[in-house]
Design a protein around this ligand. Structure first.
Ligand SMILES: C[S@@+](CC[C@H](N)C(=O)[O-])C[C@H]1O[C@@H](n2cnc3c(N)ncnc32)[C@H](O)[C@@H]1O
Length: 278
């Protein structure tokens, strides 16, 4: 396990993932009934952009920093920006929320969070960062076991984020297996899989596997910051979202062109469509 998210925190891929996560939570929060948030590969929860790891790559400068400096933001960015602003009250961007911190700050008294991180040091930091919030349970185990271990949840609604490091060749396939296990155990669960756009051939197989998956419906949202046909480099990233709440497609249709314009490096692009139609 070499991957440490601290090197990449706040980059274009995080912006897409986290902005979508904030919309998912906002849309789930329209109903009073509680929901469970599950994060199989949670990271440490909170990142210091002035720290050694983030400073070495500077990836956040072409990600959250651009959004932070942007003048007119689409309304759907409001909750995401508000969390970042709350972490940086003096206006200088330094602290960046990972998926656990975003979920913790946006969820309500009645909701519960189940966070899992396998790396022992990152797991320890995650526990430290989440300490004192009785709604949060942190597990230091195998993320791929989460759907079988925790679903169905006591709460009738669940949102599962699957965000592995993609260090191993089989991780795209493992995401599809985890999705099948999740909706097999809790058919209405919202499942969001983040994936990198790097290798076209591998991605084609991934899309085909998603189309054959057990997801009742599946939305695909992608953001490119470079042309997709440049092999080996991270051209962008995507989210495959099973059972997206009503309103998400519309939000993403507003957000993706804006993100493509503001986060483009050599060339921006986006796509939004249904892999498994409603
Ligand atoms: C992309 S990062 C997660 C970032 C986080 N979800 C966020 O958005 O802030 C992936 C994380 O998965 C952890 N990890 C790697 N293999 C794992 C496994 N098999 N089970 C659980 N966690 C794992 C890594 O240590 C890393 O912290």
């Amino acid at each position: 396990m070499n991957y440490r998210h601290a090197f990449h925190a706040g980059n274009h891929a995080d912006v897409l993932k986290h902005l979508t996560l904030t919309r998912l939570i906002a849309l789930l929060s329209r109903k009073e009934a509680p929901f469970a948030y599950l994060d199989s590969h949670a990271g440490i929860g909170l990142y210091d952009l002035a720290g050694d790891a983030a400073s070495r790559t500077g990836e956040w400068l072409a990600g959250i920093e651009r959004l932070w400096q942007a003048e007119r933001l689409p309304p759907a960015v409001a909750e995401y920006r508000a969390v970042v602003a709350a972490l940086n009250p003096d206006g200088a961007l330094r602290y960046y929320p990972g998926s656990p911190e975003l979920a913790r700050r946006l969820s309500r008294e009645q909701d519960h969070l189940y966070l899992n991180e396998k790396h022992p040091e990152d797991g320890r930091l995650l526990k430290e960062n989440m300490a004192g919030d009785r709604r949060v349970a942190v597990h230091l185990g195998e993320g791929w076991h989460l759907p079988r271990a925790l679903l169905p949840t006591r709460e009738k609604r669940a949102l599962l984020l699957i965000d592995p490091p993609f260090e191993q060749a089989d991780e795209l396939q493992r995401c599809v297996t985890a999705l099948d296990e999740a909706v097999g155990r809790m058919r209405q669960a919202v499942v969001a899989i983040w994936y990198p756009i790097k290798e076209e051939r591998q991605l084609k197989r991934f899309y085909q596997a998603l189309e054959r998956s057990a997801a009742p419906k599946l939305l695909r949202a992608e953001l490119l910051v470079h042309p997709a046909d440049d092999p080996g480099r991270l051209a962008g990233s995507g989210l495959a979202i099973a059972n997206p709440p009503w309103g998400l497609e519309e939000d993403l249709r507003e957000l993706l062109p804006w993100l493509a314009e503001h986060l483009a490096q050599s060339q921006g692009g986006w796509r939004l469509d249904w892999l498994v139609p409603d």
